[in-house]
Design a binder for this molecule. Structure first.
Ligand SMILES: [Zn+2]
Length: 126
């Protein structure tokens, strides 16, 4: 059994699209989900230490106990936890990916955008 990790929004509409995308993307059987409201904004801002520690603890378990093949940070259309437009959310996703990469250098980290049709696309990142 192989795993990857999603730092996804709690929004019910994005769960299945993101899990489907990531099982294909990382060729894994299961996706461990770290669920927050607007996680791209939380990780981009980096202001809430308690929330950050909670996210890091859960991602760390997925990496160390499940040998996660990769981590994705998600942003999506009509997000109640991060109610700004797509262009700003994409900046948040990119910043969030950088923060996760700084923390967990051993695994690939990608950013995903889920659009108004609930279709998932991967952000082109450096
Ligand atoms: Zn959301």
């Amino acid at each position: 059994m192989e795993f990857c990790t999603a730092v996804n929004c709690m929004d019910g509409r994005v769960q299945i699209p993101v899990i489907s995308y990531l099982t294909e993307r990382f060729k894994v059987d299961f996706v461990d989900v770290v669920s927050e409201a607007g996680p791209n904004r939380i990780l981009a801002d980096g202001l809430d230490d308690q929330l950050l520690e909670s996210i890091w603890t859960r991602v760390e378990i997925s990496i160390s106990q499940h040998d996660s093949k990769g981590v994705a940070v998600i942003g999506h259309h009509d997000c109640a936890g991060n109610p700004v437009g797509e262009s700003e959310q994409r900046l948040h996703i990119a910043a969030a990916v950088r923060r996760v990469r700084d923390r967990f250098a051993s695994v690939p980290v990608i950013g995903l955008w889920v659009d108004h049709n609930w279709e998932v696309s991967e952000l082109p990142l450096e």
